[in-house]
Design a protein around this ligand. Structure first.
Ligand code: C2E
Ligand code: CA
Ligand code: CA
Ligand code: CA
Length: 279
């Protein structure tokens, strides 16, 4: 063991050193981005049945002054490691709820829901429930129109705490969707204990649903499972009408994906609301 530790060259490994420098620079940039309001939300339509727009999932983007638009897969992991996901997540929630209140005042958007991604670290904050309630109160948003998307990574620790927080928010009308369903390690026995409203079929199962019998079987099984637990089900990553039709045939009633709309800036999403999804 001693020899091994003497041979540890971690801090002098140029590749590793550059990884660490990149990470440190990224952390510095993220802090600055929060202060300078470089984050924006894009809105992706959620659709029921035949092209009826029911709401939007908000997806964060980083408008970096030098690098241009940065996608969440390239900064959310670093934001989680540095804890910056907490202020970022709060900003996302606040912006989404502010938008809900603006939409509530206009007839063509009054019924829309907004789905917000919540990282496990954010949800595990002891005062998470109080934070959400404070944002709802401050923005005047209707809790019935807010959906929080959680992932199965929350199920690896303290499920009782998870259930209590969900129940407290659900009592106020907030809805819950289980994101990326089927990709994690959740035990099916938890599913009936969690006060969920909806399962979200991960796009990795939707992509090849027409050509891969395993993916087709998984998608059908998730839909049947949702039905038997009296949960809603939404499929993400729907890119073609054939995928939509297959899922509809299997009993799915809500969709999200490029076939309907890509995630778009607010102005474009509002145009979609005014014009309808299919002319
Ligand atoms: P997610 O929550 O699973 O979001 C779905 C991702 O699939 C989004 O990627 C979306 O743009 C993409 N997508 C939507 N429709 C299609 C389609 O038809 N085909 C394909 N191939 N992709 C589609 P995006 O925007 O890059 O976000 C990636 C991930 O970053 C999200 O995955 C979510 O986990 C995370 N994320 C995004 N915004 C937030 C946020 O505000 N807070 C947190 N904690 N995480 C976020
Ligand atoms: Ca999501
Ligand atoms: Ca997903
Ligand atoms: Ca596959």
């Amino acid at each position: 063991a001693k020899a091994a530790s003497r041979n540890t060259v971690r801090f002098f490994d140029p590749a590793m050193e550059s990884v660490m420098m990149v990470r440190a620079a990224l952390e510095r940039d993220l802090r600055q981005a929060l202060e300078e309001h470089q984050f924006v939300l894009h809105y992706q339509a959620q659709v029921a049945g035949d092209y009826h727009l029911t709401g939007a999932e908000v997806l964060v983007r980083w408008q970096h002054p030098q690098r241009g638009m940065v996608w969440p897969d390239d900064f959310i992991p670093a934001a989680e490691e540095t804890g910056l996901i907490l202020p970022l997540g709060h900003w996302v929630l606040q912006t989404a709820c502010t938008q809900l209140t603006i939409w509530a005042a206009r007839p063509e958007t009054a019924d829309l829901t907004v789905a917000v991604n919540v990282s496990a670290q954010q949800f595990r904050q002891p005062d998470f429930v109080a934070q959400v309630l404070a944002v709802l109160a401050a923005t005047g948003a209707n809790p019935q129109r807010l959906k929080l998307e959680l992932t199965e990574s929350l199920l690896v620790s303290n499920v009782q705490d998870l259930i209590e927080k969900m129940a407290a928010l659900k009592a106020k009308g907030v809805g819950f969707s289980l994101d990326d369903f089927g990709t994690g390690f959740s035990s099916l026995s938890y599913l009936k204990r969690l006060p969920l409203d909806q399962l979200k079929i991960d796009k990795s199962f939707v992509r090849d649903v027409l050509t891969d019998p395993n993916d087709a079987a998984i998608a059908k099984t998730i839909i049947a499972l949702a039905q038997s637990l009296a949960l809603g089900v939404i499929a993400e990553g729907v890119e073609t009408s054939a995928q939509r039709d297959f899922l509809a045939q299997a009993g799915c009633q809500a969709y999200q994906g490029y076939f309907f709309s890509r995630p778009v800036p607010l102005e474009d999403f509002e145009q979609l609301c005014a014009a309808g999804l299919r002319a």
